[in-house]
Ligand binder design. Structure first.
Ligand code: SME
Length: 154
């Protein structure tokens, strides 16, 4: 998808999700809605979902759409933990060249993962998207998805 088309589509999705967020202030309900809308409107989103950072320190799968995924991720390894440890979005053009990448499905080729913060700025989860094509995600995806994720605890 070209970047201009992508930006337009994200814009429309944001408007829709902003309206839907008014129906429940529950973060899990909002996460489920974000996954469902993005997964079905972005054709290159092969796996779309959240991993929740539990008080125990574990990163456990939350609402998602797509093939069955790993339920818990080994601490401080892979793309999702990198997004938490660096406290910023991680864009991976080729998952096979990312040290420690955790492959839940061998079809995944590229990935983006972003921290999800609560009202206090604490990281409570990550939002992770896999594509079955290489280099699917750019800074544009990172910027647009960050804006969408502000709706979760907003
Ligand atoms: N690839 C991730 C694991 C989650 S799945 O992609 C759904 C990682 O390396 O943390």
């Amino acid at each position: 998808m070209d970047e201009r088309k992508k930006a337009g589509r994200y814009g429309r999705i944001y408007d829709q999700l902003k309206e839907l967020a008014k129906k429940s202030d529950d973060p899990i309900a909002r996460m489920a809605t974000v996954c469902a809308v993005l997964h079905h409107k972005m054709d290159f989103f092969f796996w779309t979902g959240f991993y929740l950072l539990k008080e125990s320190g574990k990163l456990v799968v939350g609402p998602y759409q797509g093939p069955v995924a790993c339920q818990e991720l080994e601490a401080h390894k892979g793309v999702c933990w990198a997004a938490i440890d660096r406290a910023e979005p991680v864009v991976v053009e080729d998952v096979h060249s990312f040290p420690g990448h955790i492959g839940c499905d061998s079809r995944s080729q590229s990935e983006i993962c972003l921290p999800v913060r609560d009202y206090h700025g604490e990281i409570r989860a990550v939002f992770d998207v896999d594509s079955d094509k290489p280099a699917s995600f750019s800074e544009e995806d990172s910027r647009q998805l960050s804006q969408i994720l502000e709706l979760i605890y907003g």
